[in-house]
Design a protein around this ligand. Structure first.
Ligand code: PA5
Length: 530
């Protein structure tokens, strides 16, 4: 049999088709790792653990405490099927929030709700980070149109220069800019800083900022209290049973999307239908389970191969960044549920095809074989017809050809890949993709026995940054009255730390920003009051 015929036979053997979603998942090229026998054996071996994963997922959906470290339920699946929420109170909280988002959006679009000087809103600035930004960014990019109801910008960092650029672009329309500040905890410093920087921009422009600001946050959080005290236009809830990286279908993602003019009911419906399809207790017919099984096979259950995400569609270019957080923050764990050291995770990266073919795909084909690719194939090229750029071929035909060509080029070299096919990029299919990967991550976490729903590493980073800023406060206090120039050693001794490197870096940063003066460079540099 020719290799082409053999590939077609494998394609038919392993293909998972979900008609209701217009989705196909083709894992046949994973057989590049050890052949069909190895892949078949792996799928067989995973059947029993996957049955346990299905049961754990069923319990999670019924409200079990699936995040034991934080003693929390995990309820993102209820967001698109409120009837599944474990109590009538949660059900009505979910339904009321979607209704409030729609009513609020209507008021904004209709000009019932206007800026502080009466201008109809034209722009939306979303301020958040991590799970409070990546989903909104993905959806905004995937589903934005030239005639969006509001033009969306983001602050997703505490980089002053990055914020200046966004604010400079917004400056001519600041009076008609609505700001949505998103933070589940309401205490994340990057988001708090972004909120303050935006607020000062409104104040400088002589605008009553509170009449432009909306909060999405946990009830009673610092952000919630600020928004209430300052009389912001509205506050929308974020619940402790929804994790940041699975919050796109809560107010976190739905409010910005609705304001942009995106059909949020269609996103919710897509996610709902994907949930129905991925609740099926059959590894080969459930695309989320099959994905999780392929990840397990590729990385031997230890994340030994990286997941490269290659959507051949500009609109999905942020999907890899979104998945990077969803997968790596969920699966990248030191210990399993029994407390054993496991150092789990799967590294995720990618961007888009065919652009990446002109970048790192060279290494994928010929370099270190430490990955498996996930091709995301979108069948529909564009709204309307295409002109031919060559006889019989459109730009879209080229894009499609590059996908198929790269996939074959990888297979020829024994490099494994998965192919996920959707008909088009639409609110519904974006909902499908979000739900599909959320469940795949949850099932994989069960296979390897870890808690996918906490993030102790993120908290550790936040704590360490707090310690650095406390050290900086000591340096500034030390220099408040010191005219003499001092080297790092002297400064560190005076403020009572042996962390010379951090002390030196803090002084250099303060000097670069005109808050200290510096004489010389490198370790022997001296610093004094500016
Ligand atoms: O997924 C997560 O839990 C994190 O990435 C958070 O979303 C991120 O740290 C931001 O947190 P918060 O929404 O509390 O500001």
């Amino acid at each position: 049999m020719s290799e082409h015929r053999a590939a077609w036979t494998r394609h038919q053997k392993y293909l998972c088709v979900v008609d209701a979603l217009g989705l196909e998942l083709d894992p046949s090229r994973m057989t590049a790792l050890g052949g069909e026998a190895a892949f078949d054996a792996a799928l067989r071996e995973l059947e029993a653990p996957m049955r346990a994963a299905f049961e754990a997922m069923d319990a999670l959906e019924k409200g079990a405490e699936a995040n034991p470290d934080e003693k929390r339920m995990v309820g993102h699946y209820w967001l698109r099927d409120a009837a599944r929420a474990p109590s009538p109170a949660l059900r009505s909280a979910i339904e009321n929030t979607v209704a409030r988002i729609e009513a609020f959006t209507w008021d904004v679009h209709d000009g019932q709700l206007v800026g502080s000087n009466g201008a109809k809103f034209t722009d939306l600035l979303v301020i958040g980070i991590g799970g409070s930004a990546l989903g909104p960014q993905l959806v905004s990019r995937a589903l934005g149109r030239a005639d969006d109801k509001l033009v969306v910008s983001f602050f997703d960092n505490t980089d002053p220069d990055g914020m200046d650029l966004v604010l400079a672009r917004l400056a001519p329309r600041l009076a008609s800019t609505l700001v949505v500040v998103v933070s589940k905890s309401g205490g994340t410093k990057e988001t708090r800083n972004g909120m303050l920087e935006a607020r000062w921009a409104f104040e400088r422009a002589g605008l009553a900022f509170a009449k432009h600001f909306v909060a999405v946050t946990g009830e009673g959080s610092a952000l919630d209290q600020t928004a209430e005290k300052e009389g912001w236009i509205a506050r929308f809830p974020m619940w402790d049973w929804v994790g940041g990286r699975t919050s796109e279908l809560s107010a976190v993602g739905l409010l910005p999307a609705a304001l942009q003019g995106i059909d949020i009911r269609a996103i919710l419906e897509g996610a709902h239908d994907a949930d129905v399809a991925t609740r099926v207790h059959d590894l080969r017919k459930n695309p989320a389970a099959l994905l999780a099984a392929c990840w397990h096979f590729a990385g031997e259950g230890k994340g030994k191969r990286d997941m490269v995400i290659l959507p051949y569609k500009d609109r999905l270019e942020l999907f890899s960044r979104y998945l990077q957080q969803l997968v790596m923050e969920s699966l990248g764990k030191e210990r399993d549920l029994k407390g054993r050291l496991v150092n789990q995770g799967i590294a995720v990266y990618g961007n888009k095809g065919s652009t990446d073919q002109h970048a790192y795909v060279q290494q994928l084909r010929e370099g270190v074989p430490n990955f498996f690719a996930t091709f995301l194939e979108v069948l529909r090229d564009r709204d309307g017809a295409s002109k031919e750029v060559d006889p019989g071929a459109t730009s879209g035909d080229y894009l499609f050809g590059f996908l198929l060509g790269t996939r074959s080029a990888l297979s020829e070299k024994g490099r494994p890949s998965l192919t996920l096919t959707i008909e088009e990029v639409s609110p519904r299919t974006v909902g499908v993709l979000i739900a599909l990967f959320e469940r795949a991550v949850g099932l994989y976490a069960s296979l390897v026995g870890i808690n996918a729903y906490h993030q102790p590493g993120v908290e550790a980073g936040k704590k360490a940054a707090g310690e650095v800023l406390a050290l900086q406060a000591k340096i500034l206090a030390h220099f408040a009255h010191k005219p003499a120039a001092e080297n790092t050693e002297t400064i560190a001794t005076a403020i009572g730390t042996d962390d010379l490197e951090t002390t030196h870096k803090l002084c250099a940063h303060l000097a670069a920003n005109g808050r200290l003066a510096r004489e010389g460079r490198g370790p022997s540099a001296k610093f004094k009051k500016a």
